[in-house]
Design a protein around this ligand. Structure first.
Ligand code: ATP
Ligand code: MG
Length: 436
């Protein structure tokens, strides 16, 4: 196993595929270009959509990239699992109607196990595949994977509605018994149980069929031009190669953790969750703002607002009460300045926006929390919709924040009534607009 830094992993990846005639594309902005269906770029292939839907022909049908991604639907996993972030980088290699199964599997095995590249011990790697996808099974065998490291899983099929779809194969790294306290072993993987032992590091999709509604999966027609789309998580590979407990102790995160430690008397060891949430959210906010997003009351900007406010609340658990997120921006930029030189130019702007947003929220956070606390202390089991709405409307509490605080105290929130109040407010706003 080669102990590589995050940046060395990215560079190794790009060089490896460049040597195999791929064009190296720079990471696209996190803000999708000309694609209203997507709030954020959330995978390597999302940034290359125009090549995969055929609307543009790439000058080279082999592409490799390291793509910045945001997945806010993983927010609740952050800090709970060792491996999920709201912002992460995805390493990818792609074939737009060029190579297919044999090449991608051979190269995947080579970069993972060869002493020239990541040098992972092959006995720690497991590969899942669709049971009917015999070709994939045979190819992994051919490159040297033994039978007991090949796991057939019915779920290994990638499809989003109609259109291109196909089987996938996933690579898992066995981090050993230390991460499997009950000693369950390979059943964790076979039964798809949530665990930190078998870490999914890479997914490879064989996009070879055309899905049509109402047609069974095994009846799909083959596509005339087949594609390969792969994605490997940089932070997860760093965790494996640097042999850290979670992604948060790798060089991609640890300096942020250290910078947070300088702001509080509570050590990381005792407050891992809060530290990890902060370290995660600061990266997401810093990169999103650098790519031109802004805090706002809706859409993308609202997602950022929620993230920053959530981070600030976790900051309070560490007794950090002053605006602090903006002070972490330099550390994030320092980690990434060599790989993404453009972010340095954005630094002042990002800090200014973040500081202003923190100040704005701090003003109301305290009174909002007091209001919520009052209701919790009254012994209610449900936070009424109108209370949640008041918190949202007057104190700037995103609904998700109220739900989270309520949940920590064993309460639920009447979301339905909240939504009724929200809608009523929207109608009022619309009416007052049309009157002026
Ligand atoms: P998981 O089941 O672990 O959430 P996934 O199936 O959602 O992963 P893919 O959509 O196949 O993952 O993404 C490709 C790769 O990107 C994964 O193998 C993983 O290494 C990485 N990845 C996915 N989601 C995250 C995340 N939230 N944070 C960090 N890395 C991620
Ligand atoms: Mg996922």
């Amino acid at each position: 196993m080669k102990k590589l830094s995050g940046q060395q992993i990215s560079q190794t990846w790009l060089d490896f595929f460049k040597e195999r005639n791929h064009s190296v594309l720079p990471s696209a902005s996190l803000i999708p270009f000309n694609d209203p269906t997507l709030l954020w770029i959330n995978s390597g292939v999302a940034a290359l959509k125009q090549y995969f839907d055929g609307s543009k022909i790439p000058s080279n049908r082999r592409i490799t990239n390291v793509q910045k991604c945001i997945r806010t639907n993983d927010i609740d996993n952050v800090g709970f699992t060792s491996r999920h972030h709201t912002f992460f980088e995805m390493l990818g290699n792609f074939s737009v109607g060029d190579y297919f199964r044999e090449e991608v599997i051979t190269w995947a095995f080579e970069i993972l196990t060869s002493p020239h590249y990541f040098a992972l011990p092959k006995e720690k790697l497991y590969f899942t595949y669709l049971p009917s996808d015999v070709d994939t099974y045979r190819l992994w065998q051919k490159v040297g994977v033994s039978d007991d490291h090949l796991i057939a899983l019915e779920g290994n099929f990638w499809q989003i509605g109609e259109g291109p779809c196909g089987p996938n194969t996933e690579v898992f790294f066995d981090r050993g018994e230390a991460y499997d306290p009950q000693g369950v072993g390979i059943e964790l993987l076979k039964r798809d149980l949530d665990n930190d032992r078998y870490l999914e590091i890479w997914g490879i999709v064989f996009s070879q069929y055309n899905a049509v509604d109402g047609v069974d999966r095994d009846q799909h027609q083959e596509l005339p031009s087949k594609n390969i789309d792969t994605g490997a998580g940089l932070e997860r590979i760093a965790c494996v190669l640097q042999e850290t407990e979670t992604n948060f102790e790798t060089d991609l995160f640890y300096r942020i953790i250290e910078a947070i430690a300088c702001m509080t008397s509570h050590p990381y060891e005792d407050h891992k969750m809060a530290y990890r949430v902060l370290a995660d959210h600061i990266r997401t906010c810093a990169f999103a703002l650098s790519d031109g997003a802004n805090f706002a009351n809706e859409g993308r900007g609202y997602v950022l607002r929620r993230l920053l406010r959530r981070a600030m609340r976790f900051g309070r658990k560490l007794d950090i009460v002053e605006p602090f997120m903006y002070q972490l921006v330099d550390t994030v930029m320092d980690i990434y300045r060599d790989f993404y030189p453009y972010i340095l130019e954005k630094s002042d702007d990002v800090k200014r926006k973040m500081n202003a947003e923190e100040k704005r929220f701090l003003k109301t956070l305290l009174s909002g929390e007091q209001l919520l606390r009052k209701h919790i202390d009254e012994g209610v089991t449900l936070i009424e919709g109108d209370v949640a709405f008041k918190l949202y409307d007057t104190y700037g509490f995103p609904l998700e924040l109220t739900i989270e605080i309520a949940k920590e105290n064993g309460l639920t929130v009447d979301v339905k009534t909240f939504n009724v109040a929200l809608e009523a407010q929207r109608v009022r706003a619309r009416n007052s607009r049309s009157e002026t």
